[in-house]
Design a protein around this ligand. Structure first.
Ligand code: F6R
Length: 251
């Protein structure tokens, strides 16, 4: 692994996805080793499938328990039933929560079935505050530079809110909505950018060539709301863990 400082953040470059995933999982394990009641921010999507597979297969032999850990997911489609097989609730149950010893009461995901989404977003922010804030937040990056579902143009001051998904995000995520299933929601509930920046430590994972344009814009362009991930350069304790493919020729 080689690393480089870009603005306020550290970029760690791994040879391939496997090395990157092992290192990201080790970061989570060491966080839980040093504070077993850690508050962990989680993401979904294709990036996190190998991560959750590795974490769930290895946490016990690493001597880790999630019993006292608390989790907050970044986002959920809206509207969607929690039990819909395409919801992020279902994704998290299938890929992580059913495979680790976390307590259901300690798991938080925005409620895509909320009748009053304005109330839901306020309650979600309140729950994060009551938990004492997020110690370690994991992030992916969209092809358009989004973090969570904060699409280009989202205010850096935003807290948890309902958002409309862009065509780029709908196209990228459509493969997860097979024809036989429910229609793909065009909105989502997402932690806002200010919510994400409130986390003590941020780690963004990106691998594969499809992420190289977004990474280039986030690391080399101006810090602008048109590239939401660029704001992470201002955080101070943010790390991008990327592989050589995602980095391309950048450095
Ligand atoms: C998902 C999330 C999104 C994804 C991003 C990348 O909870 O917050 O920002 O991390 O869209 O998705 P994948 O990993 O599918 O390329």
């Amino acid at each position: 692994m080689r690393s480089k400082r870009v603005g306020g953040l550290t970029v760690e470059v791994y040879r391939d996805m496997r090395e990157l995933i092992n290192a990201a999982a080790e970061l989570l394990f060491s966080q839980l080793r040093s504070k077993k009641e850690s508050v962990i921010g989680l993401a979904t999507g294709s990036t996190f499938l190998p991560f959750y597979a590795y974490v769930s297969a290895n946490y016990r032999k690493e001597g880790i328990s999630f019993r006292d850990a608390v989790t907050f997911n970044l986002d959920e489609y809206y509207p969607i039933a929690n039990e819909d097989s395409n919801s992020y609730h279902s994704y998290m149950t299938a890929n992580l929560f059913s495979k680790i010893d976390i307590q259901a009461a300690n798991v938080h995901i925005p409620d895509g079935s909320a009748v009053n989404p304005d109330l839901e977003v306020m309650e979600y922010e309140g729950a994060i505050l009551r938990a004492g804030g997020i110690d370690l937040q994991f992030l992916g990056i969209g092809r358009n530079g989004h973090i969570g579902f904060n699409e280009p143009g989202t205010s850096f001051e935003s807290r948890t809110h309902v958002t409309s998904l862009t065509d780029s995000t709908l196209a990228a995520n459509r493969p997860f909505f097979p024809d036989s299933g429910s229609p793909m929601p065009v909105k989502a509930i997402t932690m806002g950018i200010a919510t994400i920046l409130s986390a003590h430590r941020l780690v963004l994972l990106a691998f594969g060539k499809t992420k190289s344009d977004a990474l280039y814009a986030a690391l080399n362009g101006p810090v602008t709301k048109e590239v939401p991930a660029s704001v992470l350069r201002k955080h101070g304790k943010a790390t991008f863990m990327v592989d050589e493919d995602a980095l391309g020729e950048m450095f």
